[in-house]
Design a protein around this ligand. Structure first.
Ligand code: NAD
Ligand code: TYD
Length: 369
């Protein structure tokens, strides 16, 4: 049993799974992964560490106060890292109810339980405890052709997703100012890398291209996102955990702005190198010769933010973090990972990952009501 635990929420999701792997690999902490396994939660991503003595999976909702209380009392974590969320903008446009429930109400309930737990900790543990809230640059809204988001930019969310995340950020801030709960909030740009659910742009384009399916580009493809390789984001979170000022906000970004259409074209170019379209039967069946022939412009997302860009000078100066992976290298690694993990992708696309979870984890899936 580990000496000290971290409670990570949403650890079965994309960033969470990368973070849990990293924490187990590079620290001595035990990790409790609290995740209620929505469609985005996939325990297959953590199969390799599932029997590690420092890893505990706890199936449950961040909004289930009794269950959260039980975990806090049992494991006495030194910090909570809150990644659990509904995270896909398109889904929030169709129906935002789950976004309010998890991102706003769930985070509020988690904050209340964290406060109750923290208030009666012994003085030294009380001083070092942290509630690290993982958020997005989308809370700042959309940029014009110039400028970047800083920690003091106004929150001007434009999608139901970003509105729910901005709301949770405000509650985190309020718990620091009102109750003194030592919180830290991070606002990061668009992540990409292994274990990302193939509804998001980069894994969707890789999977569709390999399957010879259309590559949907919203609007004119000129929207810009500031991309960060997920390992760089996780490294930043790990450094912030060790070195932060309570109540502060840290923006995280890797200075890698790309137009969506350029991202799609770069993925096609990498695929041509590692899996040439000429040898892909799925394209041949459709009489197509190049991955770029699959690019299809589709109607724009309502309220689509035009440009995001992050000024990460604060975390660089105060925490000493810098990103290590440039977009070109990270994209290559990501394409290689998806090609090497076709079973993971197939299970996600067919829904079989949920059967796998029940077969392999049935005994752990009891959530205390
Ligand atoms: P994801 O959708 O891949 O994973 C979310 C995880 O949270 C899933 O495992 C899901 O089962 C779990 N979850 C959802 N509701 C829950 C609940 N009520 N209780 C417990 N668990 C619950 O998301 P992601 O892309 O890994 O993002 C993780 C966090 O980082 C989110 O808070 C997101 O807003 C933030 N973020 C994401 C990005 C990005 O580009 N993906 C960028 C910046 C910030
Ligand atoms: P996404 O991965 O959904 O992240 P976010 O909306 O949080 O930035 O989308 C990234 C960008 O790609 C965004 O500008 C929308 C665009 N996009 C497409 O053009 N086609 C798609 O099929 C998807 C999913 C996204």
């Amino acid at each position: 049993m580990a000496a000290e635990f971290l409670l990570v929420t949403g650890g079965a999701g994309f960033i969470g799974a990368n973070l849990v792997h990293r924490l187990i690999r590079t620290t001595g902490f035990g990790v409790i992964n609290l995740d209620n396994l929505t469609y985005a939660g996939n325990l297959e991503s953590l199969a390799d560490i599932s029997s590690d003595s420092r890893y505990v999976f706890a199936k449950g909702d961040i909004g289930n106060r009794e269950f959260v209380r039980h975990l806090l009392n049992q494991y006495q974590p030194v910090a909570i890292m809150n990644l659990a969320a509904e995270s896909h903008v398109d889904r929030s446009i169709v129906d935002a109810a789950a976004f309010l429930q998890t991102n706003v109400v769930g985070t509020y309930n988690l904050l209340e339980e964290a406060r109750t737990y923290w208030e009666i900790l012994p003085a030294d543990r009380k001083q070092s405890f942290r509630f690290v809230h993982i958020s997005t640059d989308e809370v700042y809204g959309s940029l014009g052709e110039s400028g970047k988001f800083s920690e003091t930019s106004r929150t001007l969310p434009n999608s139901p997703y970003s509105a729910s995340k901005a709301s949770s950020d405000h509650f985190v801030r309020a718990f620091f100012h009102t109750y003194g709960l030592p919180t830290v909030t991070t606002n990061c740009s668009n992540n990409y890398g292994p274990y990302q659910f193939p509804e998001k742009l980069i894994p969707l384009i890789i999977s569709n291209a390999l399957d010879g399916k259309p590559l949907p580009v919203y609007g004119d493809g000129g929207n810009i996102r500031d991309w960060i390789y997920v390992e760089d984001h996780c490294a930043a979170l790990q450094m912030i955990l060790q070195n932060n000022t309570p109540g502060e906000v840290y923006n995280i970004g890797a200075d890698d702005e790309q137009k969506n259409i350029d991202v799609v074209r770069q993925i096609c170019a990498v695929l041509e190198e590692v899996r040439p379209a000429a040898g892909n039967e799925k394209l041949a069946e459709r009489g197509l010769k190049h991955y770029t022939d699959l690019i299809t412009f589709v109607p724009d997302r309502p309220g689509h933010d035009r440009r995001y860009a992050i000024d990460s000078s604060k975390i660089k100066a105060e925490v000493g973090w810098t990103p290590a992976v440039k977009f070109r290298d990270g994209l290559r690694r990501t394409v290689d990972w998806y090609i090497a993990h076709t079973e993971w992708v197939e299970h996600v696309r067919s829904g079989a990952y949920q059967d796998w979870i029940h077969k392999n984890y049935a005994w752990r899936l009891e959530e205390k009501k």
